[in-house]
Design a protein around this ligand. Structure first.
Ligand SMILES: Cc1cc2nc3c(=O)[nH]c(=O)nc-3n(C[C@H](O)[C@H](O)[C@H](O)COP(=O)(O)OP(=O)(O)OC[C@H]3O[C@@H](n4cnc5c(N)ncnc54)[C@H](O)[C@@H]3O)c2cc1C
Ligand SMILES: NC(=O)c1ccc[n+]([C@@H]2O[C@H](COP(=O)([O-])OP(=O)(O)OC[C@H]3O[C@@H](n4cnc5c(N)ncnc54)[C@H](OP(=O)(O)O)[C@@H]3O)[C@@H](O)[C@H]2O)c1
Length: 291
């Protein structure tokens, strides 16, 4: 049985008080037909020595001062590349960042501090980073463990890392992977082509819930939880045997629909969902990173 978890999980190697100035290698608009501006940003880690695992986050500190005259607080971004970076040479890190822009109650356009800094960066520019941060949203120690990954929007970031890491393993050493990805418009299906290619093994599945273009069975907007019944035959037994990792990343609101759907699955099979859920949580098989 192969193990994916290193003996030590890298953590807070670069402190926010002494951030590292990484260099932007690429800043790619990965949803060009979508009204939202979402970028895949690759950074050169230079001589930082930074190591990370898929599922961890990185801190970014925007330049300038906040309204109180203090340095901006750091913002967290999920790492979108596998450990060692896309090339596996420990030299890069990939992020997936949506530009925050909204209209406040007075009708003024407000631009989020950090995401407007990152998404305007050009190759060669510097960006202050720290981390890595977080150690609870990691891939299973045994890579043959099935994974159910549920994402909304930029919550797809860690799963790109997971699936790229999984693809590095020989076929007989990786378990089945199921991905359910929810976005508003099909133009916002981030990394769609590569996710499809990463999920071609027999028994794997990639489902999308496009809320503004598809309807659920009740005629409402199609959300990730509405897609889960389609996986029932593939995942129920794994859930019942507690032989699967369930990951949710993205909007906080997604949790309720996801849970209702899995609860219905359990009850359909005559199981007490509260008990099964408690066991999944206790065994760290039910992992949530939502905001
Ligand atoms: C663990 C973690 C991982 C994350 N990973 C990612 C990631 O991979 N990609 C990503 O893009 N983001 C991610 N985020 C979110 C990210 O940290 C920032 O919060 C986000 O980019 C906004 O930061 P900002 O500086 O641009 O905006 P800020 O200047 O911080 O402004 C954002 C604030 O504006 C307000 N606001 C925003 N939208 C509205 C609205 N529509 N109406 C009213 N008020 C509003 C809210 O108060 C919000 O807190 C993650 C967050 C966490 C905690
Ligand atoms: N590690 C982390 O914690 C992490 C990592 C990355 C991102 N994030 C967070 O994830 C969020 C993603 O935001 P985004 O702007 O990319 O997403 P978004 O585009 O606003 O939404 C993505 C999809 O989720 C749907 N949705 C809305 N409410 C839902 C609900 N209750 N249940 C299920 N689906 C729902 C949306 O549908 P409608 O809009 O059509 O209703 C849309 O289809 C941000 O808050 C970001 O900070 C967290």
């Amino acid at each position: 049985m192969s193990s994916l978890v290193p003996t030590a999980i890298p953590l807070n190697m670069i402190k926010p008080s002494v951030p590292y100035e990484a260099t932007v290698l690429a800043n790619i608009d990965i949803a060009p037909d979508c009204p939202d501006d979402v970028r895949h940003i690759d950074l050169d880690l230079g001589d930082s020595g930074l190591k990370y695992m898929e599922g961890q986050s990185i801190g970014i500190i925007a330049p300038g001062l906040d309204a109180a005259g203090k340095p901006h607080r750091l913002r967290l971004y999920s790492i979108a590349s596998p450990r060692g970076g896309d090339a596996g040479d420990d030299k890069t890190i990939g992020l997936c960042i949506k530009r925050t822009i909204y209209t406040d109650d007075a009708g003024n356009e407000v631009r989020g501090v950090c995401s407007n800094h990152t998404n305007d960066l050009a190759p060669g520019d510097k960006v202050k980073i720290c981390g890595p941060i977080g150690k609870h949203f990691l891939m299973p120690a045994d890579a043959t463990t099935p994974m159910l990954m549920i994402a909304t929007g930029t919550g797809i970031a860690p799963f790109r890392g997971f699936l790229r890491q999984r693809a590095r393993l020989p076929k007989d050493q990786r378990g089945p992977a199921f991905l359910v990805f929810g976005v508003r418009h099909s133009s916002a299906l981030l990394y769609d082509q590569e996710l499809r290619e990463l999920l071609t093994d027999d028994g794997c599945a990639y489902l999308t819930a496009v809320s503004a273009e598809q309807k659920n069975a009740a005629g409402g907007r199609m959300y990730v939880g509405d897609r889960l019944p389609e996986l029932q035959d593939a995942i129920w037994q794994l859930l019942a045997e507690r032989n699967i990792m369930v990951y949710q990343c993205g909007l906080k609101g997604m949790e309720q629909g996801v849970e209702a759907s899995i609860q219905a699955m359990a009850e359909h099979h005559g199981w007490d969902w509260a008990e099964l859920r408690a066991a999944l949580v206790a065994e760290k098989r039910w992992l949530v990173d939502t905001y």
